[in-house]
Write a protein that binds this ligand. Structure first.
Ligand code: TXA
Ligand code: MG
Length: 339
């Protein structure tokens, strides 16, 4: 199939919306990552997404809306807590899991009786949904298992020839996927950490949220049963070997240097990712960095762990998966030179 590359003109958004209405699939920018969209209420259209991504069909998709009125079309039993959260964070990078309405095909929700809904803040995404006159089901626009694309060229790398069109928008502002919050039981549960943090959520509601336990379990362990189907699949794996060095002592730099020197002596191409404690920057560039290192045929990637707090926790959730949980813990060293 020939993939149309559409610049972000009004005309082109209309062309993309026509494709969605006709049951086609279009990749488009959002503030988090690029999505691969189809009419959420058309099961033939949404099943094309699984095919284009090579994605297991039990992995449900997020349904994107542009106005709050569209929520009643697809979800029911919307609690006061849900309304407060929507008021506080929508449009924006947070997805709520709610009871689904009959009209949402089970192909879209991977057979679940719940539906994940998000109202993105990105203007192009909102315009596309509005023009399409239907909610848009969209997972991230990558081949299953690869890092989510955060710019149009990275989308084309995976999707050229596999989708009807790509809207060639700007680089995504956030760079990691939305927070997924399950609101179907009394306690809100974070199924996937994202840009909106637990601390921010807990500030606006009376009930304290919890993290899904599986977020703290290595997926290779047998008691790993995430509530969000997507969290169980292999994710974001680069071609290179990837090691994370963790600890808060000055020993980290020494360990990274030793790892680098040893691998380089063996003739390997090594790249160290430095984010310091800048979790905003890490979120924005990590996925693009992984894709670049794949293209550069790097053999070993080394990165220091970020503090697993707030947005840092969300970035580390992705980083640990990409590294296949290959983590080296450095004991804190006493630095006698500081008096
Ligand atoms: O930022 C984002 O969320 C991006 C953009 C395009 O909006 N989308 C995205 O979609 O990351 P995807 O399909 O790559 O990830 C959706 C996650 C998966 O882990 C999936 O299992 C979970 O949300 N999910 C979707 N529907 C669910 C449901 N009904 N119950 C539990 N988890 C659900
Ligand atoms: Mg994804």
């Amino acid at each position: 199939m020939i993939t149309k590359k559409l610049d972000t003109t009004k005309e082109n958004i209309k062309i993309a919306a026509q494709i969605i209405k006709a049951g086609g699939i279009v990749a488009f920018p959002t503030e988090t990552v690029y999505g691969l969209g189809a009419d959420a209420l058309n099961e033939i259209a949404t099943s094309k997404i699984y095919e284009a991504k090579g994605r297991p069909s039990d992995n449900p998709m997020i349904v994107h809306i542009s106005r709050i009125e569209e929520l009643d079309l697809i979800a029911t039993e919307i609690s006061n807590t849900a309304k407060v959260l929507m008021e506080a964070f929508w449009p924006g990078p947070i997805t709520f899991v709610l009871k689904k309405k009959e009209c949402v095909p089970s192909v879209t929700t991977g057979g679940l009786n719940t539906v994940a809904v998000r109202m993105p803040s990105d203007k192009i995404a909102r315009e596309l949904i509005k023009e399409s006159q239907t909610p848009i089901a969209a997972p991230s626009a990558n081949l299953s298992g690869k890092a989510s694309p955060t710019n149009a060229m990275d989308v084309l790398e995976d999707m050229d020839g596999r989708v009807d069109a790509v809207i060639m928008g700007k680089e995504c502002q956030v760079g990691i996927e939305s927070t997924v919050l399950d609101l179907t039981s009394d306690t809100p549960v974070i199924l996937r950490p994202g840009y909106i943090t637990k601390e921010e959520i807990d500030k606006v509601i009376k009930i304290k949220t919890e993290f899904d336990n599986s977020l703290f379990i290595n997926p290779s362990e047998k008691d790993f049963h995430p509530k969000s189907p997507g969290m169980k699949y292999k994710h974001y794996a680069p071609k290179a070997e990837f090691k994370i060095v963790k600890g808060n002592g000055i020993g980290i730099d020494k360990v990274i240097k030793e790892l680098r020197d040893k691998a380089e002596n063996e003739g390997k191409k090594v790249e160290v990712l430095y984010y310091g404690e800048d979790s905003e920057k890490a979120a924005k560039t990590f996925f693009a960095d992984l894709r670049r290192l794949d293209r550069e045929d790097v053999d070993l990637i080394i990165s220091a762990s970020l503090k697993p707090e707030g947005l840092g926790f969300s970035v580390m959730n992705r980083m640990m998966k990409s590294a296949g949980y290959d983590i080296i813990c450095v004991e804190e060293e006493n630095d006698d030179s500081i008096s």
